[in-house]
Design a protein around this ligand. Structure first.
Ligand SMILES: C[C@](O)(CO)[C@H](O)COP(=O)(O)OP(=O)(O)OC[C@H]1O[C@@H](n2ccc(N)nc2=O)[C@H](O)[C@@H]1O
Ligand SMILES: Nc1ncnc2c1ncn2[C@@H]1O[C@H](COP(=O)(O)OP(=O)(O)OP(=O)(O)O)[C@@H](O)[C@H]1O
Length: 269
Protein backbone atom coordinates (compact mmCIF):
# COMPACT_ATOMS: atom_id res chain seq x y z
CA UNK A 1 0.00 0.00 0.00
CA UNK A 2 1.25 3.48 -0.91
CA UNK A 3 0.79 6.83 0.81
CA UNK A 4 1.99 10.37 0.25
CA UNK A 5 3.32 11.88 3.51
CA UNK A 6 2.83 15.66 3.28
CA UNK A 7 4.85 18.39 4.94
CA UNK A 8 3.62 21.14 7.29
CA UNK A 9 4.11 24.80 7.93
CA UNK A 10 3.79 26.45 11.34
CA UNK A 11 1.35 29.39 11.40
CA UNK A 12 2.84 31.15 14.41
CA UNK A 13 5.17 29.49 16.89
CA UNK A 14 5.38 30.69 20.49
CA UNK A 15 7.98 29.06 22.74
CA UNK A 16 6.41 29.35 26.19
CA UNK A 17 8.69 27.65 28.72
CA UNK A 18 11.51 25.19 29.19
CA UNK A 19 10.46 21.85 30.71
CA UNK A 20 12.23 19.64 33.22
CA UNK A 21 12.61 16.94 30.50
CA UNK A 22 14.70 19.35 28.37
CA UNK A 23 11.94 20.01 25.82
CA UNK A 24 10.00 23.28 25.46
CA UNK A 25 6.29 23.93 25.82
CA UNK A 26 5.02 25.70 22.74
CA UNK A 27 1.91 26.79 20.91
CA UNK A 28 1.64 26.63 17.16
CA UNK A 29 -0.81 25.94 14.36
CA UNK A 30 0.33 23.03 12.18
CA UNK A 31 -0.99 23.39 8.65
CA UNK A 32 -0.61 20.47 6.18
CA UNK A 33 0.85 21.31 2.76
CA UNK A 34 0.33 18.94 -0.20
CA UNK A 35 4.06 18.66 -1.07
CA UNK A 36 4.84 15.04 -0.29
CA UNK A 37 7.24 12.12 -0.08
CA UNK A 38 6.11 8.71 -1.39
CA UNK A 39 5.97 5.75 0.98
CA UNK A 40 5.14 2.08 0.35
CA UNK A 41 4.64 -0.68 2.91
CA UNK A 42 3.97 -4.27 1.81
CA UNK A 43 4.02 -7.58 3.71
CA UNK A 44 7.20 -9.57 2.93
CA UNK A 45 9.13 -12.71 3.94
CA UNK A 46 12.03 -10.70 5.33
CA UNK A 47 12.30 -7.09 6.54
CA UNK A 48 13.75 -4.72 3.93
CA UNK A 49 14.04 -0.93 3.70
CA UNK A 50 14.93 0.78 0.45
CA UNK A 51 15.21 4.48 -0.28
CA UNK A 52 15.39 6.61 -3.43
CA UNK A 53 15.19 10.36 -4.15
CA UNK A 54 17.16 12.68 -1.84
CA UNK A 55 19.53 10.60 0.29
CA UNK A 56 18.51 10.77 3.96
CA UNK A 57 21.52 11.66 6.14
CA UNK A 58 22.50 9.40 9.03
CA UNK A 59 22.48 5.65 9.51
CA UNK A 60 19.75 3.73 7.68
CA UNK A 61 18.72 2.07 10.96
CA UNK A 62 17.89 5.55 12.33
CA UNK A 63 15.42 6.30 9.55
CA UNK A 64 12.13 7.21 11.19
CA UNK A 65 10.24 4.77 8.93
CA UNK A 66 12.26 1.90 10.43
CA UNK A 67 11.84 3.29 13.96
CA UNK A 68 8.08 3.48 13.40
CA UNK A 69 7.95 -0.14 12.16
CA UNK A 70 10.04 -1.37 15.11
CA UNK A 71 7.78 0.42 17.58
CA UNK A 72 4.62 -1.27 16.29
CA UNK A 73 6.33 -4.61 15.61
CA UNK A 74 7.37 -4.88 19.25
CA UNK A 75 3.92 -3.96 20.60
CA UNK A 76 1.74 -5.80 18.08
CA UNK A 77 3.91 -8.76 16.93
CA UNK A 78 3.90 -7.60 13.30
CA UNK A 79 5.18 -9.84 10.51
CA UNK A 80 8.03 -8.68 8.24
CA UNK A 81 7.46 -5.88 5.74
CA UNK A 82 9.19 -4.23 2.84
CA UNK A 83 9.27 -0.43 3.16
CA UNK A 84 10.22 1.88 0.32
CA UNK A 85 10.66 5.62 0.85
CA UNK A 86 11.05 8.02 -2.07
CA UNK A 87 12.35 11.22 -0.51
CA UNK A 88 11.23 14.44 -2.17
CA UNK A 89 10.85 16.86 0.76
CA UNK A 90 13.89 18.85 1.88
CA UNK A 91 15.29 17.71 5.23
CA UNK A 92 16.22 19.75 8.28
CA UNK A 93 13.97 22.35 6.72
CA UNK A 94 11.33 23.03 9.37
CA UNK A 95 8.80 21.16 7.20
CA UNK A 96 8.59 18.03 9.35
CA UNK A 97 9.11 15.64 6.44
CA UNK A 98 10.79 12.95 8.54
CA UNK A 99 8.06 13.23 11.17
CA UNK A 100 5.44 12.80 8.45
CA UNK A 101 7.17 9.67 7.08
CA UNK A 102 7.18 8.24 10.62
CA UNK A 103 3.47 8.92 11.19
CA UNK A 104 2.50 7.61 7.76
CA UNK A 105 4.46 4.40 8.32
CA UNK A 106 2.34 3.87 11.47
CA UNK A 107 -0.83 4.64 9.51
CA UNK A 108 0.05 2.25 6.68
CA UNK A 109 0.91 -0.56 9.13
CA UNK A 110 -2.37 0.07 10.94
CA UNK A 111 -4.28 -0.34 7.69
CA UNK A 112 -2.26 -3.16 6.07
CA UNK A 113 -2.38 -5.36 9.21
CA UNK A 114 -5.88 -4.32 10.39
CA UNK A 115 -4.52 -3.31 13.80
CA UNK A 116 -7.60 -1.15 14.44
CA UNK A 117 -5.60 1.43 16.38
CA UNK A 118 -7.72 4.45 17.27
CA UNK A 119 -6.62 7.95 16.22
CA UNK A 120 -5.58 8.57 19.86
CA UNK A 121 -3.49 5.38 19.97
CA UNK A 122 -1.80 6.27 16.66
CA UNK A 123 -1.05 9.79 17.92
CA UNK A 124 0.36 8.31 21.16
CA UNK A 125 2.76 6.03 19.26
CA UNK A 126 3.70 8.88 16.91
CA UNK A 127 4.57 11.17 19.83
CA UNK A 128 7.14 8.60 20.97
CA UNK A 129 8.97 9.08 17.65
CA UNK A 130 9.17 12.90 17.67
CA UNK A 131 7.38 16.02 18.87
CA UNK A 132 5.96 16.86 15.42
CA UNK A 133 4.91 13.30 14.56
CA UNK A 134 1.50 13.20 16.26
CA UNK A 135 0.21 16.00 14.02
CA UNK A 136 0.82 13.88 10.92
CA UNK A 137 -1.61 11.21 12.14
CA UNK A 138 -4.27 13.84 11.21
CA UNK A 139 -5.07 15.30 7.81
CA UNK A 140 -6.26 18.74 8.87
CA UNK A 141 -4.80 21.88 10.49
CA UNK A 142 -4.41 21.53 14.25
CA UNK A 143 -3.30 23.68 17.15
CA UNK A 144 -0.31 22.09 18.87
CA UNK A 145 0.63 22.57 22.52
CA UNK A 146 2.83 20.77 25.05
CA UNK A 147 5.97 19.81 23.14
CA UNK A 148 3.81 19.81 19.97
CA UNK A 149 1.98 16.53 20.59
CA UNK A 150 -1.10 17.94 22.41
CA UNK A 151 -3.44 18.63 19.51
CA UNK A 152 -6.78 20.36 19.23
CA UNK A 153 -8.91 21.30 16.21
CA UNK A 154 -8.87 24.81 14.77
CA UNK A 155 -11.15 26.66 12.38
CA UNK A 156 -8.19 28.38 10.69
CA UNK A 157 -8.33 27.77 6.96
CA UNK A 158 -6.18 28.74 3.99
CA UNK A 159 -8.70 27.42 1.48
CA UNK A 160 -8.52 29.28 -1.86
CA UNK A 161 -5.10 30.72 -0.88
CA UNK A 162 -1.79 29.86 -2.58
CA UNK A 163 1.39 28.96 -0.79
CA UNK A 164 4.99 29.48 -1.81
CA UNK A 165 7.73 27.63 0.10
CA UNK A 166 11.34 28.77 -0.31
CA UNK A 167 14.16 26.64 1.08
CA UNK A 168 17.62 28.23 0.84
CA UNK A 169 20.61 25.90 1.01
CA UNK A 170 21.02 26.53 4.74
CA UNK A 171 20.61 23.90 7.47
CA UNK A 172 19.32 24.88 10.92
CA UNK A 173 19.55 22.27 13.68
CA UNK A 174 16.27 22.08 15.62
CA UNK A 175 18.03 21.42 18.96
CA UNK A 176 20.37 24.41 18.36
CA UNK A 177 17.46 26.69 17.43
CA UNK A 178 15.66 25.81 20.68
CA UNK A 179 18.88 26.41 22.64
CA UNK A 180 18.98 30.03 21.31
CA UNK A 181 15.51 30.93 22.63
CA UNK A 182 14.45 32.74 25.79
CA UNK A 183 10.94 31.34 26.36
CA UNK A 184 8.11 33.67 27.32
CA UNK A 185 4.35 33.71 27.68
CA UNK A 186 2.57 35.86 25.02
CA UNK A 187 -0.18 38.29 26.02
CA UNK A 188 -2.77 36.52 23.88
CA UNK A 189 -2.88 32.88 22.88
CA UNK A 190 -2.09 31.99 19.28
CA UNK A 191 -5.44 30.21 18.86
CA UNK A 192 -7.29 33.41 19.79
CA UNK A 193 -5.19 35.60 17.48
CA UNK A 194 -5.46 33.24 14.49
CA UNK A 195 -9.24 33.02 14.76
CA UNK A 196 -9.75 36.75 15.41
CA UNK A 197 -7.80 38.22 12.49
CA UNK A 198 -7.84 37.65 8.71
CA UNK A 199 -4.59 36.46 7.07
CA UNK A 200 -3.77 40.04 5.96
CA UNK A 201 -3.58 41.17 9.61
CA UNK A 202 -1.38 38.31 10.83
CA UNK A 203 1.76 40.27 9.83
CA UNK A 204 1.27 42.50 12.88
CA UNK A 205 -0.02 39.76 15.21
CA UNK A 206 1.45 36.32 14.54
CA UNK A 207 5.14 35.47 14.87
CA UNK A 208 7.58 32.61 14.94
CA UNK A 209 9.82 32.96 18.02
CA UNK A 210 12.74 31.27 16.23
CA UNK A 211 13.03 34.02 13.62
CA UNK A 212 14.92 36.55 15.75
CA UNK A 213 17.91 34.34 16.57
CA UNK A 214 17.90 32.27 13.37
CA UNK A 215 17.70 35.43 11.15
CA UNK A 216 20.59 36.96 13.11
CA UNK A 217 22.75 33.94 12.29
CA UNK A 218 21.47 33.62 8.66
CA UNK A 219 20.52 37.10 7.30
CA UNK A 220 19.63 35.51 3.92
CA UNK A 221 16.48 34.13 5.56
CA UNK A 222 15.31 37.62 6.56
CA UNK A 223 15.83 38.81 2.99
CA UNK A 224 13.81 35.87 1.59
CA UNK A 225 10.95 36.82 3.92
CA UNK A 226 11.14 40.47 2.80
CA UNK A 227 11.14 39.39 -0.85
CA UNK A 228 8.00 37.27 -0.25
CA UNK A 229 6.22 40.36 1.11
CA UNK A 230 7.57 42.47 -1.78
CA UNK A 231 6.11 39.85 -4.17
CA UNK A 232 2.63 40.32 -2.72
CA UNK A 233 2.43 37.83 0.16
CA UNK A 234 -0.48 38.49 2.55
CA UNK A 235 1.61 36.85 5.28
CA UNK A 236 5.14 35.44 5.31
CA UNK A 237 7.08 33.60 7.99
CA UNK A 238 9.71 31.00 8.70
CA UNK A 239 8.37 27.49 9.26
CA UNK A 240 9.42 25.64 12.42
CA UNK A 241 13.07 26.16 13.26
CA UNK A 242 13.86 26.97 9.61
CA UNK A 243 15.28 27.28 7.14
CA UNK A 244 12.13 27.21 4.95
CA UNK A 245 10.19 30.47 4.56
CA UNK A 246 6.61 30.47 3.35
CA UNK A 247 4.35 33.11 1.82
CA UNK A 248 0.54 33.03 1.65
CA UNK A 249 -0.87 34.63 -1.50
CA UNK A 250 -4.31 35.49 -2.86
CA UNK A 251 -3.51 34.18 -6.35
CA UNK A 252 -1.25 31.59 -8.00
CA UNK A 253 2.32 32.85 -7.68
CA UNK A 254 5.46 31.20 -9.02
CA UNK A 255 8.64 32.69 -7.61
CA UNK A 256 11.30 30.23 -8.83
CA UNK A 257 12.89 32.97 -10.96
CA UNK A 258 13.04 35.29 -7.93
CA UNK A 259 14.96 32.63 -5.96
CA UNK A 260 17.02 30.91 -8.69
CA UNK A 261 19.47 29.14 -6.36
CA UNK A 262 16.87 27.94 -3.82
CA UNK A 263 14.31 25.12 -3.73
CA UNK A 264 10.86 26.57 -4.39
CA UNK A 265 7.44 24.86 -4.19
CA UNK A 266 4.17 26.58 -4.89
CA UNK A 267 0.60 25.41 -5.00
CA UNK A 268 -2.98 25.87 -3.90
CA UNK A 269 -4.49 24.43 -0.75
C1 LIG B 1 10.36 23.25 15.49
C2 LIG B 1 9.20 22.30 15.31
O1 LIG B 1 9.24 21.72 14.01
C3 LIG B 1 7.89 23.10 15.40
O2 LIG B 1 6.82 22.37 14.87
C4 LIG B 1 9.19 21.19 16.34
O3 LIG B 1 9.10 21.69 17.64
C5 LIG B 1 10.37 20.24 16.21
O4 LIG B 1 9.88 18.97 16.46
P1 LIG B 1 10.72 17.64 16.13
O5 LIG B 1 11.65 17.89 15.00
O6 LIG B 1 9.73 16.52 16.03
O7 LIG B 1 11.57 17.54 17.45
P2 LIG B 1 12.11 16.27 18.25
O8 LIG B 1 12.74 15.31 17.27
O9 LIG B 1 11.07 15.77 19.18
O10 LIG B 1 13.25 16.98 19.11
C6 LIG B 1 14.47 17.48 18.57
C7 LIG B 1 15.09 18.41 19.59
O11 LIG B 1 14.41 19.68 19.57
C8 LIG B 1 14.23 20.19 20.87
N1 LIG B 1 12.78 20.36 21.15
C9 LIG B 1 11.85 19.82 20.31
C10 LIG B 1 10.51 20.03 20.53
C11 LIG B 1 10.12 20.80 21.67
N2 LIG B 1 8.83 21.07 21.92
N3 LIG B 1 11.06 21.32 22.50
C12 LIG B 1 12.39 21.12 22.24
O12 LIG B 1 13.23 21.61 22.99
C13 LIG B 1 14.92 19.22 21.81
O13 LIG B 1 16.23 19.71 22.01
C14 LIG B 1 14.98 17.92 21.02
O14 LIG B 1 16.07 17.12 21.38
N1 LIG C 1 12.39 9.45 6.81
C1 LIG C 1 13.17 10.51 7.09
N2 LIG C 1 13.12 11.61 6.33
C2 LIG C 1 13.89 12.69 6.63
N3 LIG C 1 14.75 12.75 7.65
C3 LIG C 1 14.85 11.68 8.43
C4 LIG C 1 14.07 10.52 8.20
N4 LIG C 1 14.38 9.63 9.14
C5 LIG C 1 15.31 10.20 9.93
N5 LIG C 1 15.62 11.43 9.52
C6 LIG C 1 16.59 12.36 10.16
O1 LIG C 1 15.85 13.49 10.67
C7 LIG C 1 16.49 14.72 10.32
C8 LIG C 1 15.43 15.83 10.21
O2 LIG C 1 14.54 15.54 9.20
P1 LIG C 1 13.13 16.29 8.97
O3 LIG C 1 12.77 16.18 7.53
O4 LIG C 1 12.10 15.77 9.92
O5 LIG C 1 13.55 17.78 9.37
P2 LIG C 1 12.73 19.06 9.61
O6 LIG C 1 11.86 19.32 8.43
O7 LIG C 1 13.69 20.12 9.99
O8 LIG C 1 11.84 18.71 10.85
P3 LIG C 1 11.23 19.71 11.92
O9 LIG C 1 10.18 20.53 11.23
O10 LIG C 1 10.63 18.70 12.85
O11 LIG C 1 12.35 20.53 12.47
C9 LIG C 1 17.25 14.40 9.04
O12 LIG C 1 18.38 15.23 8.89
C10 LIG C 1 17.61 12.92 9.18
O13 LIG C 1 18.89 12.75 9.77
Amino acid sequence: MVSFPPCKINLGLNILSKRPDGYHNLETCFYPIPWTDILEVIPADRFAFTQTGHPVPGKEADNLCIKAYELLRDKHHLPAVKIHLHKILPMGAGLGGGSSDAAHTLRLLNTVFHLQLSPAQLAGYAAQLGSDCAFFTQDQPMLGEGRGEVLSPTTVTLQKKFIVLVKPDIHVSTAEAYAGITPRQPEQSLGTLLSRYPVEAWREQIKNDFEETVFKKHPTLQSVKEKLYASGALYASMSGSGATLFGIFDKPTNLQTSFPDMTVWSGGI
